[in-house]
Each structure stands twice: as C-alpha cells, then as structure tokens.
Design a protein around this ligand. Structure first.
Ligand SMILES: Cc1ncc(COP(=O)(O)O)c(C=O)c1O
Length: 392
C-alpha cells in the first residue's frame, strides 16, 4: 500500500490501511505490537525515528495516523485514557486562562474541571451549549477553549458545532469537541469548523470493552507539537499492546457503527411503545429536539438510547438489575449491550441539583445498544420492564 493509497479512499479502506504499512523489518502485514520501552541507536543520536516509548512507539504511531485520517485531521495524539487525553489538552492552559464549557458533559470531565484544574488557576464558565447566545456571552478576553460534547452524555442533546466554531473563530479561542459518542464514522468536528476533536477510544473506537485509551486529533502543527511536548513531559501514554488492541478495534468501526445504529433504532422504536417508559431520548426519533441538527451535522444517530421510566427510582433500579443480555456496567460503545444508571454511576460526580437541572433524574436509564440480535435485545428489555414494574 502506497502513502497515497493510505491517505485516500473511503472510511472503511482508511480504517484498515491508513498509517499501517507492512512492517519494514519483517514484512508482517499487520502492524506488530512493538512491546519495547527503548530502541537501540546505531550511534549517539543516529536512530530510526524512535528513541524511547514514552516519546514515540511504532504501534502507537500507526494508531495515531489512522485516527487522524478517519477524523479528517492532520495529527493524532494517543493517550492512556480518555481522561488522560482531556487532561493532556488542558495542559496547554496556564493559570489565569478561562474555558467556556457545556454544562451537559461526562461526569469525569466535570470532576477534572471542578476539582482539579481550578487549583491551578484555570477558570470555567458553565453554559447551556444548545444555546449559542449563552456561549457567546460567556466568552472573555482570556478564554482559550470552548468545550462541548455532541451528542451529550447521557441525555443525547445535540450541540450545533458549526455555530460554536463561528463563535470560537470570531473570539480567537479554540473549539474542542468531545466526539466520543458520535465517533469519526458519524461526525467529523474538524470538518464542521472545530479546532480539536477528542475521544475516549475506550468506547466505540476500541469497541470491544477490553482496552482503555484516549486521543486528540487536530489540524494545527503547532498544537500537535505542544501536545506531544506536554505528553512526553507528563507521561500519559498508552502502552504498545493497548495501542494495538485499539487499532484492531478501529478497523471494524464502520461495520460496528452501522449495526449499533440499526439496533439502537429498533430498541428506541420498541421502547416508545412501552407504557412503563415515559420518555425515549434518541436523536433518530423525529420528535427528538435535536433530530434536524443531527441530520445536518451527523451521518447517523448512533448507538446510545436514554430512557426515563415511570415508577421512580425503585422501578428504574430494578430494571437495571433485571436485564439478562444488557450487563449492568459503566462504559459504553462495546459490541455487547450495557445498561447504566447515570444518577449514581457515570454522573455520580455531579451534585444532585446539577443532575436534575440537566434532566438526569432517578428515573433515567442509559442503554449502550450492542450488536447482538435486535429481537433478543428487545425481548430482554421487554421482560426486564415487566419484572421491574411487577407486571411479570
Ligand atoms: C464522552 C466521554 N468523554 C471522555 C470519557 C473518559 O474516557 P476514559 O474512561 O477512557 O478515561 C468518557 C468516559 O465514559 C466519556 O463518556
């Protein structure tokens, strides 16, 4: 495969070939796990581009090139986890800098932004990012980042990335989009005007719930250099084996996302008909408030479905314990279906009032719809609803 062929082609082709040449030493078709901490030099300072695996490693480099290609960016930087990627990006900030951040975001990011970074003199303003006017009003001269997720976790609200990018460009700050839920297959923030796309690769990109990882993709060479410098200085790199597992998952992202979406649409359609369910949040449903925006900025609606149940906390918690195929577990985006209770699990870090303000109630249940058979998934949910509400 030539360099040209690696860069071109459709998503599915790039997922399998971008950044992944046959191994120059042995011809191995699949990029090997370069399980080495260091690289022998021919003479002092004379080497093949790799010195020490915290700085660079060939397996990790292949993953980074592939991710950059799929996101339509020039540079990918891989990290040990999604949170390491988020914290790596915030290491570009200095004391006195300010970030405008969407108030509807992953609980771990909230924890970092409320309990860690303020101690280093970084200030945050929390806004409803579905309202561009709120974002614009919150920007100050010292604002460096606008930080959003779309779709959001767990309420699956849609944020208009193009509108946010216009504000960022007009006010000389960077738009950061956490693209974990959508994945590069369904949404490319950089093409919509964002400066940074960030991922927990633990989720759909790795795709098999067997590896933790994160990544940042950018177009700007200067930002890429700063990220690599701070990552090397602070050390949050993924090991070669984790990079390899993530790259293996990435190869089938397109296939998996198509199946996730087919199954999620079936599950959402099924749950809408159930009397035990008061609300189904899925951007693919025509009455979802972000449906039109999702059609404009995404190439599909994804594999996550969030529901509110009748019967309060007790029924919702019984439901989470009653499924047989959906496993009660943190995380999302794997081939297997997971069920979670955001109020106490993924969003446990938020104060109660904050959760309620965002619409995360004790009735809310989040489903990561896997790629098992859709009939089996609907049967499992139907039976669990009956068991949870005492109708079985
Ligand atoms: C949207 C989003 N961003 C970031 C993270 C953090 O990723 P990780 O768990 O890989 O550190 C998560 C984890 O659930 C997430 O859902």
């Amino acid at each position: 495969m030539t360099d040209e062929a690696q860069r071109g082609g459709h998503f599915e082709t790039r997922a399998i070939h971008a950044g992944q040449r046959p191994d120059p030493a042995t011809g191995a078709t699949i990029v090997p796990v370069y399980q080495t901490s260091t690289f022998t030099q021919e003479a002092i300072g004379r080497h093949k581009g790799f010195e020490y695996s915290r700085g660079n490693n060939p397996t990790r480099e292949a993953l980074e090139k592939c991710l950059a290609s799929l996101e339509g960016g020039s540079f990918g930087v891989a990290y040990a986890s999604g949170m390491a990627a988020i914290s790596g990006l915030t290491q570009l900030l200095s004391a006195g800098d300010h970030v405008v951040v969407a108030d509807d975001l992953y609980g771990g990011t909230f924890r970092l932004f409320t309990h860690v970074l303020p101690r280093f003199g970084v200030h945050f303003s929390w806004v409803d990012a579905t309202r561009a006017d709120e974002i614009a009003e919150a920007v100050r001269p010292e604002t460096r980042f606008l930080w959003v997720e779309s779709p959001t976790n767990p309420m699956l609200r849609l944020v208009d990335i193009t509108a946010c990018a216009e504000i960022a460009r007009g006010r000389d700050c960077l738009l950061v989009v956490d693209n974990t839920f959508a994945t590069p297959y369904l949404q490319n923030p950089l093409a919509l005007g964002a400066h940074v796309s960030i991922h927990s690769t633990t989720k759909y990109i790795g795709g098999h719930s067997d590896v933790i990882g994160g990544a940042v993709v950018v177009d700007d060479e200067e930002i890429d250099a700063q990220l690599r410098f701070t990552r090397n200085a602070t050390g949050g790199v993924p090991g070669p084996w984790d990079a390899w597992l993530t790259l293996r998952g990435l190869k089938t992202l397109a296939l998996r996302m198509r199946e996730h979406e087919t199954n999620a649409s079936r599950v959402a359609g099924f749950l809408v008909t159930r009397p035990e369910v008061t609300r189904v949040h899925y951007p693919g449903l025509p009455d979802h408030p972000g449906h039109a925006l999702a059609k404009r900025q995404m190439r599909g609606f994804g594999g996550m479905v969030t529901i509110d149940l009748a019967g309060g906390a007790e029924a919702a918690q019984r439901f989470c314990n009653a499924t047989r195929i959906f496993s009660l577990a943190e995380s999302l985006g794997g081939i297997e279906s997971l069920i979670g209770y955001p109020f106490l699990m993924s969003h446990g870090a938020f104060p109660r009032d904050e959760k309620l303000r965002k619409g995360i109630t004790e009735n809310t249940v989040r489903l990561s719809v896997g790629i098992e058979n859709a009939d089996d998934l609907c049967d499992d949910l139907g039976r669990a609803l009956e068991r949870a509400t005492g109708t079985a």
